[in-house]
Ligand binder design. Sequence first.
Ligand SMILES: O=C(O)CCC(=O)C(=O)O
Ligand SMILES: [Fe+2]
Length: 372
Amino acid sequence: MEKGYFHEVRCLGADGQPVISMVPVVQELARQGLKYLPERFIREKMDAPPFSSNVGEGEEGPPVINMHNLNNDAEAEHRAMELAKLAKVAKEWGVFFIKHNGIPLDLLNSLQDMVKGFFSLSFEDKKESVGSYAGTDNLGYGRTFIKSDDQRLDWIDRLSMRAAPKNSTLGLHVWPTNPKDFRTVMEKYVEEARKICDELLQALAEALRLDAKSFLRYLEPSESIVNVRVNYYPPCPRPDLAMGQSSHSDGSVLTLLAQFGETDGLEVFKEAHWVRLAFPPEALVVVVGDFLEIMSNGILESPRHRAVTHKDKERFSIALFYNPPLRAEIEPVKELGTGEIRYKKVVMGDYLKHYYDVQPGKGKQAIRFAKV
Ligand SMILES: O=C(O)CCC(=O)C(=O)O
Ligand SMILES: [Fe+2]
């Protein structure tokens, strides 16, 4: 391989012993203008991208939810209609767009400047800006879900941080110090995003005719956990052979996804097809996570989803994962328990440990841990 920049990732070698795997920094490969795809990024046929179909707003894609109408002050009739729409899309897709979400446009623009500012730094400056990698490889600047030295790699670089509870550093220095305002801006965004998640969790419970607090009661503001992950997919020499992010479901209650610009890339698995979602301008995406699947006794299912890459275009997405504290015990809502109970009570921390143990898995492997 060319003169290289590498993420050093602790994982297991062929003999099962811990090794440091040298994972190429994808952005640096793209900066070198590679014309071919290095072998470690070539995917097996089965999960290669070509089986996708494209859908946009108003076609067969998931309808856009208008947050104005979900507001408690909205006209009763409008609210009831929006709740019905929400129930339908959440059940059928497990993923949907929201508009009129109340996040000021200038905040989203500043966030974009911060994120792009960080990724425009040299590799050395990024390392200096972030300070340290996480002990496990799921926080900090680098790579997630590298399990073995010979694993096929996604075409992605990442920056992951814990944004709540506030000031929970876990002893890590994962917040960039350059750009200077990165943390302040991201924390402002997280504050707004969290309000949206709370409103949605209340609305989802009502949409399923449950007590409004059924899901929210796990997410006490001072204790709940917000992890933010910036996904950067640089231009890729062979999008037909590579994957930006492999098929997975999210280890969250809800995930709120923002992307910059209109370059698509998110695909959802529905009725045996990968469906490429076109982002309406200024919309955010909401993804049902594994914990909401458990709480709703499978009435809502966390969708398998993945991200593809483009030949000449880069793409950024910001995923915000919203979760109760690690000691919380999650179980199907009691009111749903009149029929068959399909999920066991799980401790958040135990489930997440399992989730990280099986990732990168084949789609929805982790949830089996919670199935009765
Ligand atoms: O980049 C995307 O659109 C998908 C990101 C995602 O699914 C994740 O980070 O969990
Ligand atoms: Fe995801």
